[in-house]
Design a protein around this ligand. Structure first.
Ligand code: PLP
Length: 385
């Protein structure tokens, strides 16, 4: 059987050949440890890490010295939230986040709640948006941190980062942004948006798995984070351990390519996503959109099909690699917490499919997925009792 059409780009992305090419020498002849200061192998690795740090910082408008390399977003989120909570304790123990965050944020907030922190969970409207006035009203003089994502991985909602940042900065509260789905896809600028910490992963950005970065504001009132493991003092002591040089080089190259292509790729993916949506809704009735029409993460479409079980639909459409929700919860039959938060019923949530489009998606693939979706939904509806 031919490989399925890949439409799960919010779960992960393939490594771009340009990224792979940049990484390869760092597995073989350029294998040095970036902490080895006494010989050419180390200097070569150090120079590559320095260059990657510059491009990773540039893609979000940060300074190179503000970037902490991690193994990916989950680690960056844990370090930011736990590390900031620990250092801010004298000021307060109140954290604000939102019902539609990724489990990496939700579970870390719950972890902190179990250790004496108070967490306010902001609700969202029917399209996954928070109300910034409600956020402002939730802040108290004991609030230390607000954690809100840039772009939702399931329904593509974009949070108004600049508005959130302004409210947090005015009240002296740290703003952490999980930008795993946003970096390189939508414009983000940590200075303009007044973001204090921001996490992202290479593997959502056509880079390798196991590499990521956390931006921690280091200029004008630097943010202090308590390290979550101890060791050799790398990454300003915040994330000690031998650096993953090939992964970091890959992350850097991935950021460079994404920055160069952001505007054209966002426009292309928006056009392809509309083509997919229009193609399906022209042929079928009883199709609803989860999340906003616009603005939206360009490569994300999440639809629900009246009277159809999404798991059964995926079985009908084996030629397409899709997901019923986030990759992490797609093996569970629990309705997605994101869909529940936007007010979807269990029936709607179980009838929902996420189409994730990306850099390698073609018009032909989109048209084929329209055909297969329409055929699959019709078959299931015809065979329904
Ligand atoms: N945050 C969001 C919004 C995500 O989509 C993901 C991955 O699905 C993560 C965090 C976790 O990223 P990683 O798997 O790289 O640790």
């Amino acid at each position: 059987m031919d490989r399925p059409i890949y439409m799960d780009y919010q779960a992960t992305t393939p490594v771009d050949p340009r990224v792979l090419e940049a990484m390869l020498p760092y597995f073989s002849e350029k294998f040095g440890n970036a902490s080895s200061g006494s010989h050419a192998f180390g200097w070569e690795a150090q120079a590559a890490v320095k260059r990657a740090r510059e491009v990773c910082a540039a893609v979000i408008g940060a300074e190179p010295m503000e970037m902490v390399f991690t193994s990916g977003s989950t680690e960056g989120i844990g370090l930011a939230l736990k590390g900031a909570a620990e250092t801010c304790v004298p000021r307060g123990r109140h954290i604000v986040t939102c019902a539609t965050e990724h489990p990496a944020v939700i579970d870390t907030a719950r972890y902190l709640a179990a250790r004496g922190f108070q967490v306010t969970w902001l609700p969202v409207d029917g399209e996954g948006r928070i109300d910034v006035a409600e956020l402002a009203a939730a802040l108290t003089d004991r609030t230390i941190l607000v954690a809100l994502m840039a772009a939702n991985n399931e329904i593509g909602t974009l949070h108004p980062l600049a508005e959130i940042g302004r409210v947090c900065r005015e009240r002296g509260v740290l703003f952490f942004c999980d930008a795993t789905q946003g970096v390189g896809k939508v414009p983000i600028d940590v200075r303009r948006d007044e973001i204090d910490m921001l996490s992202f992963s290479a593997h959502k950005l056509y880079g390798p798995k196991g590499a990521g970065a956390l931006y921690v504001r280091g200029k004008d009132a630097p943010v202090r984070l308590a390290a979550q493991c101890q060791g050799g003092g790398q990454e300003r002591g915040m994330r000690p351990g031998t650096l993953n040089v090939p992964g970091i080089v890959g992350l850097g190259r991935a950021c460079e390519v994404a920055a160069e292509e952001l505007a054209t790729e966002a426009a292309r993916l928006t056009r392809l996503r509309r083509r997919l949506h229009d193609g399906i809704t022209r042929a079928l009735t009883g199709v609803g959109l989860n999340g906003p029409a616009e603005p939206r993460l360009p490569g994300n479409l999440n639809l629900w099909f009246e009277g159809v079980d999404a798991a059964a639909l995926m079985m009908e459409m084996k030629e397409v690699a899709l997901s019923a929700g986030s990759a992490c919860s797609s093996t569970e039959r629990e309705p997605s917490h994101v869909l529940k938060a936007i007010g979807a019923t269990d029936r709607q949530a179980h009838a929902s499919l996420r189409f994730g489009l990306g850099r390698m998606t073609t018009e032909w693939e989109v048209d084929r997925v329209v055909e297969l979706t329409v055929r699959g939904v019709r078959r299931l509806r015809e065979s329904a009792p």
